[in-house]
Design a protein around this ligand. Structure first.
Ligand code: C2E
Ligand code: MG
Ligand code: MG
Ligand code: MG
Length: 293
């Protein structure tokens, strides 16, 4: 290996790294424009109660619909938004839209439902968070009991008083707190006893493998059991098959979300789905959502 080829390899690496940085910067600029041009929307995925089969709530999910490129995945733009700080503006937009839609939804279906909204770690760390959430709820004139904020385990890595009191501040507004992607973070379980959590969301990666291996099934079972002992709700994410659904029902998981019931959809589509369900004779979503969507 000569010095020349070593330097060549180094340049190669630089070029590749530079390309990645440039792509990110380009996406950041595009995202900034998309926010300004109202190309962001909020879609909703139903959460279904596994004992009654009814829709108990929806999760709000950001959608970037570019007029030329079409739908751009949150897996791509959420990390860019987080790194650049745009997540604050984006997150507030999603929260404001979701709260407004929650009230419309409640009026339409005639009873309150859960509106779950993702909150990034960066949003959580904002000093003004509790005030911001409080004023968004008030502006939307929504029942705070309908709102559930989803945080990831990363938020709870710092097992400190500040984190605890901020969570308590949110709970004092009357809203719930869910741990998203439960079981995939690196934090210790001790946070479950320290922080006022109301819901555990079992990550899709565990649900995926329920019927593949005894160990994955055992983990899901253990999470459900733990949720019961902690007196929190437990929701399974990413339910796609009847086998997964049956396993979760057998093990008394309280609720589920997944393509099996419905993909995330626009507010207009969600409204239509509710109308269909109310018209159909069966009130179980497990059967009727299938027929509708
Ligand atoms: P998440 O919060 O865990 O949301 C669940 C994701 O799983 C959604 O992906 C949903 O479409 C997808 N999903 C639901 N059921 C199924 C299923 O049965 N099979 C499969 N394969 N996938 C399913 P989505 O909408 O692409 O969002 C990805 C992630 O981006 C979210 O994961 C969340 O972490 C983040 N995200 C989305 N919107 C927001 C937002 O407004 N704010 C923040 N901070 N993050 C967001
Ligand atoms: Mg979520
Ligand atoms: Mg999740
Ligand atoms: Mg996720």
């Amino acid at each position: 290996q000569t010095k020349a080829s070593g330097r060549h390899g180094h340049q190669h690496f630089n070029a590749a790294a530079q390309a990645i940085v440039q792509r990110k910067l380009a996406m950041e600029a595009d995202l900034r424009l998309a926010i300004a041009k109202n190309h962001l929307q909020v879609y909703y995925q139903p959460q279904v109660c596994l004992s009654t089969g009814k829709i108990i709530g929806v999760e709000a999910l950001a959608r970037w619909i570019d007029p030329v490129k079409g739908m751009i995945s949150p897996e791509l733009f959420i990390p860019v938004a987080e790194e650049s700080g745009l997540i604050i503006e984006l997150g507030n937009f999603v929260l404001r839209t979701a709260c407004r839609d929650a009230r419309i939804l409640q009026e339409r279906v005639g009873h309150p439902m859960i509106m779950a909204v993702n909150l990034s770690a960066r949003q959580f760390r904002q000093e003004t968070l509790v005030d911001t959430v409080s004023s968004i709820i008030a502006e939307a004139r929504m029942d705070p009991a309908m709102l559930e904020l989803e945080i990831t385990e990363g938020v709870m890595m710092e097992n400190d008083e500040k984190t605890r009191s901020r969570m308590q501040g949110l709970r004092d507004l009357g809203i719930s707190l869910a741990v998203d992607d439960f079981g995939t973070g690196y934090s210790s379980l001790s946070y479950l006893t320290q922080f006022p959590i109301t819901t555990l969301k079992i990550d899709r990666s565990f649900v995926d493998k329920i019927n593949e291996g005894e160990r994955d099934a055992a983990v899901v079972q253990a999470i459900i059991a733990m949720a019961y002992s902690l007196k929190t709700k437990v929701i399974a994410e990413g339910v796609e098959t009847v086998e997964q659904l049956e396993f979760l029902q057998e093990h008394t998981c309280s609720a589920a979300q997944g393509f099996m019931f419905s993909k995330p959809m626009s507010m207009a589509e969600l409204g239509q789905a509710f109308d269909q369900i109310q018209k159909s004779s069966t009130d179980s979503v497990m059967t009727s959502l299938h027929k509708v969507i």
